[in-house]
Write a protein that binds this ligand. Sequence first.
Ligand SMILES: Cc1cc2nc3c(=O)[nH]c(=O)nc-3n(C[C@H](O)[C@H](O)[C@H](O)COP(=O)(O)O)c2cc1C
Length: 130
Amino acid sequence: MARAVAEGARSVTGTEVELNYYVAVEELAGYDAVLVGVATYHHDMPVTFKSYFEDAAVRNVSLKGKTGAAFGSYGWSGEAPKLVLEILKNKFEMIVREPPLSVKYAPDQTGLEKCFMLGRRVAESLIHEA
Ligand SMILES: Cc1cc2nc3c(=O)[nH]c(=O)nc-3n(C[C@H](O)[C@H](O)[C@H](O)COP(=O)(O)O)c2cc1C
């Protein structure tokens, strides 16, 4: 899913995209947009994500006004991308792209196309703002 999102963003001329498994919280402020991929476990985001956002908050990482999006695969309830998006919006005051994108289990072609379009739309919104 993340590769398809990144491809979609790269398809917009003038966009620089990094696809990372992990980015140090101090480096987040160096990006115009952050698109978070997160799967749902036990009706929640994995605890590593909670610690990550807690860490960013403690270190006063400033993401205000930057663009945020969230996507992820799920099995039956799929809360995590929505929860992450709420944190990006309410705690970090990012401008978020709603709704979050959830795809059931491994994405099929349609799911990958939705991922591509998410990346593309976020990149387009940044290019139009610039
Ligand atoms: C221990 C465990 C708990 C899970 N809990 C949920 C859940 O509460 N809701 C849900 O929608 N999917 C749940 N799932 C399904 C995962 O979200 C789904 O398999 C997802 O595709 C995993 O993505 P990943 O392989 O990228 O981590 C759970 C899976 C496991 C193994």
